[in-house]
Design a protein around this ligand. Structure first.
Ligand code: S3P
Length: 163
């Protein structure tokens, strides 16, 4: 289970990890979109963040019965709502990918459109926004079993071997 802020590399590293381990890969945002038949921006537009978090929770629960070993990339906010984090922790090792706000802002600036929380921000507002939200979310993220600082795929694999 990979958690971390938007832009931390959950999807990219998750796919790489699944490939190396011969596990299947699921991206929770994709599961939400498949189940709801709407894009993430549409879901936010229709019911706001509350409706999105409900859809996210339902998507997470729908994965409960997955039998194949799976690498799951959560959404950036997933572990910070309800008892989603307990659910993730019950399923396996939770890894927090920590990346600095400046690096996150640089990565996210060209890919804001599909992320409603930052879509309307100007590039120069991104770092402040990220710092504030990251500070709020850090107590949740830090409950991960493993915390890695801007890891490469090799770092991620090594950390799981040691665990
Ligand atoms: C969100 C992160 C997004 C997506 C939604 C909300 C968040 O996922 O779930 O836009 O609250 O941080 P990614 O972290 O995969 O971008």
């Amino acid at each position: 289970m990979l958690i971390g802020f938007m832009g931390a590399g959950k999807t990219t590293l998750g796919k790489g990890l699944a490939d190396k381990l011969s596990y299947s890969f699921r991206d929770l945002d994709e599961v939400i979109v498949e189940r709801e038949g709407k894009s993430i921006p549409e879901l936010f537009a229709v019911g706001g963040e509350t409706a999105f978090r409900a859809a996210e929770r339902a998507a997470l629960e729908s994965l409960k019965d997955i039998s194949r070993p799976t690498v799951l990339a959560a959404g950036g906010g997933t572990p910070c709502f309800g008892d989603n984090l307990s659910l993730l922790r019950a399923w396996g090792d939770v890894v927090y990918l920590h990346v600095s706000p400046t690096e996150l802002a640089a990565r996210l600036a060209p890919q804001k459109a599909n992320r409603p929380l930052i879509a309307s921000l100007r590039d120069e507002e991104l770092v402040d926004f990220i710092e504030t939200l990251l500070t709020e979310r850090t107590p949740y993220y830090m409950q991960a079993d493993i915390v890695l600082e801007n890891p490469t795929l090799e770092d991620l694999l090594d950390s799981l071997k040691k665990d």
